[in-house]
Design a protein around this ligand. Structure first.
Ligand SMILES: [Zn+2]
Length: 242
């Protein structure tokens, strides 16, 4: 469970408190785009967390980049739409304030609404992830299965994740893990990622034999690999939070 506290001035910056049963001491994490997180062992109080933060002010101010947080918490930066080229679908996205502490995502055919206490766009991220995974499962699994039929390549299991730097991975046991953010890519790139990962079920490395196998099924694989090089440049700005 996490609790969000919004700062009024420049100190302290916005931060999230996360309880952890594993933590032995209070920890401060500063992660790009996610901002400041205070990890609290279960018996430590919020007041102790605040006192700890005060005691580390110098360290936080040195490492914290307020501009990153402003970028993602500013209301104007809340996305107003979700466009998923991979499955050719588009939704308007609106936000409704309510007193409920539980944020809900309400789906209609071309409109999504996030309803609840909306202090910070980051709070909407779990709902959006859930929605995107569902879309990936409904619309991209058939695409993956078509590629398997065409190539004869197989996978044993599939999980959708939100990797930061990878489009996918595949274990020696053909357990596939694909990045649900591929929904934001054009379909030729989605198919290419799927093919690439399926080929890893035969060759785990990026050896000559691996690329020869990819080339058997795709003429343009080199161009597609180039296109995929910088993951964050291909995605809407807010996806960095996913
Ligand atoms: Zn690879």
């Amino acid at each position: 469970m996490s609790k969000k506290l919004q700062a009024q001035g420049t100190w302290p910056p916005p931060y999230i408190i996360r309880r952890s049963v594993k933590a032995k001491n209070i920890l401060l994490n500063i992660a790009p785009a996610k901002g400041l997180e205070i990890v609290l062992p279960s018996r430590v109080s919020i007041a102790q967390a605040k006192a700890f933060l005060e005691s580390k002010r110098e360290w936080v101010e040195k490492h914290y980049q307020g501009s990153i947080i402003e970028m993602v918490t500013e209301p104007a930066k809340y996305p107003k739409e979700i466009h998923l080229p991979a499955i050719n679908k588009h939704w308007g996205l609106r936000y409704e304030l309510s007193n409920s502490n539980m944020l809900k995502l309400i789906e209609a055919p071309s409109q999504l609404a996030i309803v609840g206490k909306l202090a910070d766009f980051r709070a909407c991220v779990p709902q959006l992830k859930f929605f995107l995974k569902k879309m990936a499962h409904c619309y991209l699994v058939p695409k993956l299965d078509d590629i398997c039929k065409e190539t004869g390549l197989k996978y044993r299991s599939l999980s959708w994740r939100f990797q930061k730097t990878l489009w996918g991975s595949c274990t020696i046991r053909a357990e596939l893990s694909l990045n649900a953010k591929m929904l934001f890519l054009k379909s030729h790139l989605v198919e290419h990622i799927m093919l690439h990962e399926l080929c890893h079920s035969k060759h785990m490395d990026h050896s000559k034999r691996f690329w020869q196998l990819v080339a058997t099924y795709s003429k343009n694989y080199l161009t597609y690999e180039e296109e995929l090089k910088e993951i964050n440049k291909l995605l809407p700005e807010w996806c960095i939070l996913l």
